[in-house]
Design a protein around this ligand. Structure first.
Ligand code: FNR
Length: 369
């Protein structure tokens, strides 16, 4: 990896956010927070990535204050005095290293199964009670459930701002709650929260507006979205630029500052006839800055084999990424697994110290280092 990576290390400024460079740590659930409270191990994990030169850290998904928000054991929450005090230690440690950090605000929706903390009795919640298309196995959200969840996101954002986070990312991707509203396969509602793209984006748009009302115009709000769903990797929310524009417009109007466009392989063109990837199209259609992601710094041969090998990969060339950046296709680059393997990935890449980059292995997920 000896290409010129200068563009990755240029500062970024957008209205309300200034970053030293374009490297973003992708949100990654690690389940190392017993009692749902960020602890000293979590503090050190994020501090090391800030010290390692990451421009912006997006934390692992952290659950907003709603009884059905969580889907997994040992995930940190972002409500309650203890969890917020834990997050404040993380924020302070990252800032001390000169880094920036935003929490990823999360509600898993119908992915939740009974038996999970904080209340094992609580089932999954979804727009139409569906866990998969045609499989009605969880709670169908009422108007008051919808209002409660919107309020929970707004409160989480207000608390995030109060404890010093540099913005928030809303998790609207991967088949979790916001994405369950976006996707017709799980959203069969015929009221104002379903139907056409305006109806299906309304829930997320109302969350963005409620957050804005709490945090003001200047606090950065990122929305992460994906075409693929964990329930079905082949799903596409938008099959043409026109559909994508219709999908994104209400979200842009609601006040999203930056779109984080989640793909597994950043080099894949989104639509036939153009080389632009998902972040490229999103930027072109919204005029907003975008973050790309997906196998950055990982061996393409491994990554191209798809889901089966998603979890193990070797470092590889960044030339395709740098070409795209230099053409302004996207503004920021999120790095996930390469940053688990190398907390100082950004500093190593900046120094062109290729030889010292460790390959990623899923074994690394067994500890938080
Ligand atoms: C993830 N990913 C993820 N995405 C997200 O939006 N919220 C999350 O909490 C998680 N959790 C998570 C855990 C682990 C262990 C992995 C490997 C991934 C997806 C992640 O943010 C990123 O989009 C992918 O990992 C692709 O980027 P890389 O790893 O190819 O750079």
């Amino acid at each position: 990896m000896s290409e010129n990576t200068t563009a990755l290390f240029e500062p970024f400024k957008s209205k309300n956010l200034s970053l030293d460079n374009r490297v973003v740590m992708a949100p990654m659930t690690r389940t190392f927070s017993p009692e749902n409270v960020p602890n000293d191990l979590n503090v050190e994990y994020y501090r090391r990535r800030a010290a390692g030169g990451v421009g912006l850290i997006i934390t692992e998904g952290t659950c907003v204050g709603h009884k059905a928000a969580n889907g997994y054991p040992n995930v940190p929450f972002i409500y309650g005095d203890e969890a917020l005090a834990g997050w404040k230690k993380v924020v302070d440690a990252v800032h001390k290293e000169g880094g920036k950090i935003m929490p990823q605000l999360w509600h898993v929706g119908s992915v939740r199964r009974p038996g999970i903390e904080p209340d094992p009795e609580v089932p999954g919640y979804g727009p139409s009670g569906l866990v998969m298309p045609g499989k009605k196995r969880c709670h169908e959200m009422t108007e008051s459930d919808i209002a409660d969840v919107i309020a929970a996101f707004a409160k989480a954002a207000a608390d995030s701002k109060a404890i010093g986070f540099d913005g928030v990312e809303i998790h609207g991707a991967h088949g979790y709650l916001l994405d369950q509203f976006f996707w017709g396969g799980l959203n069969e509602r015929t009221d104002k929260w379903g139907g056409d793209h305006v109806g299906r984006t309304r829930f997320a748009a109302e969350i963005v507006k409620a957050i804005r009302a709490e945090v003001g115009a200047d606090f950065p709000v990122i929305l992460r979205w994906s075409q693929w769903k964990q329930q079905d990797y082949s799903v596409k929310l938008a099959t043409s630029p026109l559909e994508m524009e219709q999908f994104l417009e209400p979200l842009t109007d609601a006040g999203v500052d930056i779109f984080h466009c989640s793909t597994r392989r950043f080099w894949e063109p989104e639509f036939e006839g153009s080389n632009l990837n998902l972040a490229g199209w999103t930027k072109k259609l919204t005029g907003k800055p975008t973050i790309t992601v997906g196998s950055v710094g990982l061996d393409t041969a491994f990554a191209e084999e798809g889901q089966k090998d998603f979890m193990d990969a070797k470092p590889a060339s960044l030339s395709n990424l740098m070409d795209r950046m230099e053409h302004g296709e996207f503004d920021l680059v999120a790095v996930g697994r390469a940053l688990i393997a190398n907390p100082d990935w950004a500093n190593k890449v900046k120094a062109a110290d290729d030889a010292s980059l460790a390959p990623y292995s899923k074994e690394m997920l067994k500890e938080l280092a």
